[in-house]
Design a protein around this ligand. Structure first.
Ligand SMILES: [Zn+2]
Length: 135
């Protein structure tokens, strides 16, 4: 199969198929080549993609309405993975749980997030028990 030339949708940098393969290891090569050669699919280079994720994460963190909106309209598992970690660090476990569930909905192969969610549940269970003892 011929590999067509692809350019970053944002900065127009020439993209490299091997790089694309490396960051999308969940898919096999045949599937990746199909995606890559699809005439109407656009991709970002790693730099632009990272910027995009940061921008979304920041927007969602700053604004309650954005958060509610994103739950319905943001389908990027990378964004939710970051949010889950940030909410967890802030001690906002309800949102961390929501974000991890969202990641797993969008990317069921993400074993690391599944593990983190399990740890979160354990933590929540423990804190419930200790608050019963103390209160
Ligand atoms: Zn770019």
């Amino acid at each position: 199969m011929i590999i067509s030339k692809k350019y970053c949708w944002a900065c127009k940098k020439l993209l490299n198929f091997d790089e694309f393969k490396e960051v999308n290891q969940v898919f096999d090569e045949i599937k990746l080549k199909k995606l890559w050669n699809h005439p109407s699919l656009q991709f970002y280079c790693c730099g632009c993609y990272t910027k995009l994720v940061r921008r979304d994460v920041k927007r969602i963190l700053l604004d309650q309405n954005e958060y509610e909106q994103a739950l319905k309209s943001n389908f990027n598992p990378t964004v939710w993975r970051r949010l889950a970690i940030i909410y967890y660090d802030k001690g906002d476990y309800k949102r961390a749980e929501e974000a991890y569930n969202r990641v797993l909905e969008l990317d069921p192969t993400d074993l690391n997030s599944a593990k983190n969610l399990r740890c979160l549940y354990q933590k929540l269970r423990k804190s419930k028990i200790s608050s019963k003892i103390n209160g």
